[in-house]
Design a protein around this ligand. Structure first.
Ligand code: BG6
Length: 507
């Protein structure tokens, strides 16, 4: 496994700990080596020492001498400039050395943990050096990190450049959301159970909500974030993965092609945005100063590397419509933002209200809709919210919240979330990765929003306080459809708006 960007944050915090976890779980072959590549000059020995420091800082499990000794002697290092052909000649020699010393037999996974400007450079150079060539049983694969392109034209151009050196099946475009157990479980939940699929459609579902809220601001990433913004950073990748898995038809198998085909159909079924639709169905926001967990935090425009008059959005909410037989008329509302009230990634499937007639002559004022709430993180689990009769002579209904928590049922093994993804690359299974046409279909959906926002600067930024649930316009987006966002801090499926005390007690 060759890691480009071996000195970077991703390698330290996630890749090395994830590969070590695979080693501890005995999921790596004996014939294995890691080759770190980056600009800093280290010897193999120095890089091994650095890796030892890293693992003690970032491991998610206890580092045991025996397994670390096995691991560390398989680490090599090559220094150089990614643009320089000599680097790839040196890399070839080092790969020859690993073949001799670790019997790696010529299979090679190149992991591009670099800044995105190097993706085309490294792929082209690997191609010219003959390093992407597969012969006989020997495979060569390339993992490409996010962001894949900056907009539709750049994603198409990147796919084209990659296609000149690699076949599609050699390319693994990573979206780390697919490494999350709870995201992978969406398919199991829908398709391994008989009771959900029959009601998973426009006849029974009123609407779907996806919330990805973070309490963190941009931290030290202002330089990157100023060129990205919440829409690019979260929507065409992480959030569209969640939506496609929730909305797709059952694939004919778990084969990558079958799953990707169904996901792509969903992306193509999203109603294209006209500029008028962008005005009506997309909301952008930027955080001002505020309070999070009792601490004052600065406005986005006061963060490091951010322009004082920045137009970058740190929040986005969108209402999407899918033009297909299963979902026609069922809105999918999504929202994501930095510096929001709570950390939560949550999918809510809200069902239609049952007819009220039966309860007309009782003290029940209103029937609450049923909900399935999929908590992707934190508090990973699934909840089903329904109504039950409160015992007693008067007809009263109370909200029941039936929950399944992963940690309670299956225990928890602290992982980085990259283990499954790296393992799948080594096994050659691309199911949890994005195919070229999926990436382009995703950018096709968001491109009109990017264009419309670029053409009309936001004159109300900052328009939400840090620690809040985003701009007022995001609440209006649902309110005008007679709906409201579910408050992710509410465990019982009821809205905060009606007051916490009212939520606890039966209506
Ligand atoms: C990254 C984004 O892809 O995903 C970050 O660039 C974001 O801005 C992160 O914070 C969220 O990932 P997670 O796993 O913490 O939900």
């Amino acid at each position: 496994m060759v890691i480009f960007g071996a000195g970077g944050d991703l390698t330290k915090r996630l890749l090395v700990p994830a590969i070590y976890n695979l080693a501890v779980s005995k999921l790596l072959p004996e014939q294995f080596a890691i080759v770190g590549v980056s600009i800093e000059s280290y010897s193999n020995e120095q890089f091994r020492e650095l890796a030892t420091k890293i693992i003690h800082q970032f491991a998610t499990c206890e580092v045991k001498d025996e397994s670390w000794d096995w691991f560390v002697k398989r680490i090599y290092y090559v220094a150089g400039d990614f643009h320089d052909a000599n680097l790839y000649a040196k890399l070839k020699d080092t790969l020859g050395q690993t073949e001799k010393e670790q019997e790696t037999q010529g299979n090679c996974l190149f992991y591009l943990a670099t800044s995105p400007e190097f993706f085309p450079v490294v792929v082209q150079q690997l191609g010219s050096a003959g390093l992407t060539k597969q012969e006989g049983e020997k495979w060569r694969r390339v993992v490409i990190e996010k962001p894949f392109g900056h907009d539709l034209p750049s994603a198409i151009a990147l796919n084209k450049t990659i296609g000149e050196s690699l076949e599609e099946k050699q390319v693994f475009r990573i979206d780390h959301y697919l490494g999350k157990e709870t995201v992978q479980n969406i398919m199991a939940f829908r398709f391994a159970n008989g009771i959900f699929e029959p009601v998973w459609n426009r006849r029974y579902v009123d609407h779907v909500q996806v919330t990805v809220s973070e309490t963190l601001g941009v931290e030290q990433r202002g330089g990157y974030y100023e060129t990205a913004g919440a829409l690019r950073d979260m929507v065409p990748n992480h959030i569209f993965q969640l939506i496609t898995l929730c909305a797709m038809e059952p694939p004919i198998s778990f084969d990558a092609q079958a799953v990707h085909d169904e996901q792509t159909k969903i992306l193509r079924a999203i109603q294209p945005f006209s500029s008028q639709m962008v005005l009506e169905q997309a909301v952008r926001g930027q955080y001002g100063a505020g309070e999070i967990d009792g601490k004052q935090v600065p406005a986005y425009r006061a963060e490091p590397h951010v322009a004082p008059d920045s137009q970058t959005e740190t929040f986005v909410a969108i209402a999407l419509h899918l033009d297909n037989w299963r979902w026609a008329g069922v809105p999918f509302y999504l929202r994501t933002g930095k510096r929001m009230g709570k950390v939560a990634t949550q999918i809510v499937i809200r069902f239609r209200r049952p007819p009220f007639m039966l309860f007309r002559k009782t003290s029940v004022a209103k029937l609450a809709p049923n909900e399935i709430v999929i908590n992707i993180q934190p508090d990973e689990g699934i909840a089903l919210n329904f109504e039950a009769k409160v015992p007693g002579p008067v007809v009263r209904l109370g909200a029941v919240n039936m929950t399944f928590e992963y940690s309670e049922y299956f225990g928890s093994t602290p992982q980085t979330g990259y283990e499954t993804l790296i393992y799948d690359c080594m096994m050659g299974d691309p199911t949890l990765f994005q195919r070229a046409d999926m990436v382009e279909a995703s950018w096709t959906v968001v491109q009109p929003i990017l264009d419309a926002w670029k053409a009309t600067p936001a004159n109300d930024f900052p328009n939400y306080a840090a620690g809040s649930w985003g701009p007022e316009k995001a609440a209006e987006l649902l309110r005008r459809d007679g709906r409201e966002w579910r408050d992710p801090s509410s465990t019982d499926g009821r809205h905060r708006a009606s007051g916490p005390a009212a939520q606890q007690k039966p209506a």
